[in-house]
Design a protein around this ligand. Structure first.
Ligand code: NBP
Length: 491
């Protein structure tokens, strides 16, 4: 038996409730269910009152209220809850029904679940959803992957619900990504890039405040100006707004100055870092951003260390400090240099994200379309930014582009920013301001563009102590040398 709802949504926390309202607003009838059933009643009596919803109190009732082939989406806490719900749904569903996981799930879980659900005669979709509460309600970026046969059934609805971009605001930020866990992997890389973007913006803030001496009102003006140019993005926009917000607990202080400098994290940046290590790709921006959050969380240790460890102001010779301040230049020059450093580092961050996607796609045989991934991130999501158009164009022109840094647009952008970028990293080092993301981005750029790195010495060391062998520049094959015989003999 099946009902007349077009769609079913389980999990009525922030994301689920808002996405359900979004789907209904596009003309669909929506069945809803939540483990704690009072949330169903709250929604039906509250924000969904008078709308085309069916509230259900059991999983059986929920499944029965949706027409076949059923589209049943979970927006619950990622992990065991998803497995528990799948186990409940499978016996209640009919062949061809579609189970969709819209949470921040680890891609390997989606690989496993796709297989499990398909073996039960159903279809499975792991769909990355980005944009937070507002995105879910008004139009998120959606990254669906899994059972390809499910796509024709959900395409119209998902594209109607998703964010739109383009001159006529009619290009949906929702396209089929690839098989099994591909959608969740692309979402994870989105989140990892978000980690990098946020860390880079925070480093710019620290530099502008500590070295440039800008106050919050001036920072607001700088970010407002940056948001008009090539850095235009959601994160720059909200950062601008943050600098204008006054403390909601009273007083005339700015709220940002009242917030403890301890960063939280939910784990998707860590996943991307771990998977980069597994793949052997140097996604250093996300890794650095994760570690920077970790260091911030050691607040008590930092407070103790701050009373003991000297920075350059105490120990540096005045000539060196004068040289650093000369590099910094006047305030307007410095703001402009930081903008260049931020833009160049951001390009490196995205280049690394796409290299990781390429490596993962090759490993899992997903056949990812990278221009498509950039398109999905152009609207609705946290990293939405003007320059994603350029990334889409770059991959459309060359789907096998090895690295975004090699594309003429980004090559030129880095060339234009390079002198200022180096100046910012160098002066930050001399002045003792930590800029881990700016500097790791520059180090990646320099490492990537150098034909010869010191890994020849590293290979020699490995062969010396562990007989790990090495390759030669002048002959094919693998070699081992008896270093104890070859070395300068001790007297
Ligand atoms: P949460 O991640 O906070 O999860 C809460 C929901 O999960 C509630 O509906 C809860 O039911 C349900 N749930 C749990 Br917990 N264990 C369950 C179980 N064993 N069986 C059935 N239901 C269970 O919700 P959220 O913040 O709305 O996020 C939903 C998903 O979307 C997550 O995967 C999240 O990572 C992802 N996401 C969130 C955001 C965001 O901005 N919040 C953005 C993008 C993606 P209960 O009411 O009975 O406890």
């Amino acid at each position: 038996m099946s009902g007349d709802c077009d769609f079913g949504l389980m999990g009525l926390a922030v994301m689920g409730e808002n996405l359900a309202l979004n789907v209904e607003s596009r003309g669909y009838k929506v069945a809803v269910y939540n483990r704690t059933t009072s949330k169903v009643d709250d929604l039906i009596e509250g924000r969904a009152k008078g709308k085309n919803f069916v509230g259900t109190h059991t999983v059986e009732e929920f499944v029965k209220s949706v027409k076949r082939p059923r589209k049943l989406m979970m927006l619950v806490k990622a992990g065991p809850a998803v497995d528990a719900i799948i186990d409940q749904l499978i016996p209640l569903c009919d062949p061809g029904d579609i189970i969709i996981d819209g949470g921040n799930t680890l891609y390997s879980d989606t690989e496993r679940r796709t297989k499990l659900v398909e073996e039960a005669g159903l279809l499975y979709v792991g769909c990355g959803v980005s944009g937070g509460e507002e995105g879910a309600l008004k139009g998120p970026s959606m990254m669906p992957g899994g059972s390809k046969e499910a796509w024709p059934h959900i395409k119209e609805m998902f594209q109607a619900v998703s964010a739109k971009v383009g001159p006529n605001n009619d290009i949906p930020c929702c396209e089929w990504v690839g098989p099994r866990g591909a959608g969740h992997y692309v979402k994870m890389v989105h989140n990892g890039i978000e980690y990098g973007d946020m860390q880079l913006i925070c480093e710019a803030y620290q530099l502008l405040r500590e070295v440039g001496g800008l106050n919050n009102e001036e920072l607001y003006d700088v970010f407002a100006e940056w948001n008009e140019g090539e850095l235009q993005s959601y994160l720059i926009e909200i950062t601008r707004d943050i600098f204008s917000a006054k403390d909601d607990q009273g007083g005339d202080a700015f709220l940002v100055d009242k917030i403890l400098d301890v960063a939280g994290a939910k784990g998707t940046g860590k996943w991307m870092s771990q998977l980069a290590l597994d793949l052997g790709v140097p996604s250093t921006l996300v890794t650095t951003a994760v570690f920077a959050r970790g260091l911030s969380a050691q607040k008590e240790a930092r407070v103790r260390a701050s009373k003991t460890l000297n920075g350059p102001s105490e120990s540096m010779n005045p000539e060196m400090r004068a040289a650093a301040m000369k590099l910094v230049g006047d305030r307007a020059d410095f703001v402009e240099s930081v903008r260049h450093a931020l833009y160049a580092s951001k390009i490196v961050s995205y280049a690394q994200g796409f290299v990781q996607l390429q490596a993962a796609s090759a490993e899992h045989d997903w056949g990812l379309d990278y221009g498509n991934a950039a398109l999905l991130w152009r609207g609705g999501c946290i990293i939405r930014a003007q320059f994603l158009d350029r990334i889409k164009d770059a991959f459309e022109a060359d789907s096998n582009l090895e690295n975004l840094l090699l594309h003429p647009f980004f090559k030129k952008a880095i060339e234009d920013a390079q002198a200022a970028w180096r100046t910012v990293v160098a002066s930050a080092a001399i002045l003792g301001i930590p800029v881990p993301a700016f500097s790791t981005a520059l180090n990646y750029y320099d490492g990537y563009r150098l034909e010869r790195l010191p890994a020849n010495l590293l290979q020699a060391q490995r062969d010396y102590f562990g007989a790990h062998t090495y390759q030669r520049v002048d002959k094919d094959g693998w070699f081992h040398s008896e270093w104890l015989d070859l070395r300068k003999q001790p007297k």
